[in-house]
Every structure is written in structure tokens, then in C-alpha cells.
Ligand binder design. Structure first.
Ligand code: SF4
Ligand code: SF4
Length: 94
């Protein structure tokens, strides 16, 4: 993973077109079967080289919906984000 969408997602669609690497899918394509949007952690680059902060989180109207997650298979990630922030699933945007 890299960033993650949790179950507070309201399926508004604001994030999906903001992703520069098409890492986000809607609830119909969520591989977990949950009725929320989903980030493919092996595609998400945390917007490195594209934006100063993850664009999906900036666009999301639901506070705390998109958070940091473990790096996992992410092809690129922000090395200034601590392991503690990732494991606690800290908010990306306050
Ligand atoms: S952090 Fe950036 S690359 Fe990752 S899912 Fe969000 S918009 Fe896409
Ligand atoms: S912007 Fe936030 S609430 Fe809207 S679909 Fe994306 S993750 Fe869900």
C-alpha cells in the first residue's frame, strides 16, 4: 500500500481523476468487494514528481478518509513520512 481509502468514503468520485497514475478505482472495481473507492498500492506513487501532497487526499471532501499506509509494493513513496505516521494511518490533509 501507499495511501489508503477507508470506509468513510462516500463514493463522491472527487479523487479518481486527480490521480496521475490511475491507481484509484471506484466501488464497482474494488477488489476487496467493499462499497468504497480503492487505491492500488502497487500503482500509487504518493504523487511523488507530480504534486507536493497526494492529490487524491487534497480533493477528498471527507476528513480522514484517505490516510497514509504502509509502503508495501508502492513504486515510489515519500520518505519524509515516518513509519509511525504510516502505521497509525495518520491523516494526509488536516
Ligand atoms: S497519492 Fe497520488 S498516486 Fe497515490 S492514489 Fe493518491 S493521487 Fe494517486
Ligand atoms: S474523494 Fe474521498 S470520499 Fe470521494 S470517492 Fe474519493 S476517497 Fe471517497
Amino acid at each position: 500500500m501507499a495511501v489508503v481509502i477507508n470506509d468513510t468514503c462516500i463514493n463522491c468520485g472527487a479523487c479518481i481523476d486527480e490521480c496521475p497514475v490511475e491507481a484509484i478505482v471506484d466501488e464497482d472495481d474494488n477488489p476487496t468487494g467493499e462499497e468504497v473507492y480503492y487505491v492500488y498500492g502497487d500503482k500509487c506513487v504518493e504523487c511523488v514528481s507530480f504534486h507536493d501532497v497526494p492529490a487524491c487526499a487534497t480533493a477528498c471532501p471527507t476528513e480522514g478518509c484517505i490516510t497514509w499506509d504502509e509502503i508495501g509494493e508502492s513504486p515510489s513513496y515519500r520518505d519524509d513520512i515516518s513509519a509511525e505516521m504510516r502505521s497509525s494511518k495518520a491523516n494526509i490533509v488536516d
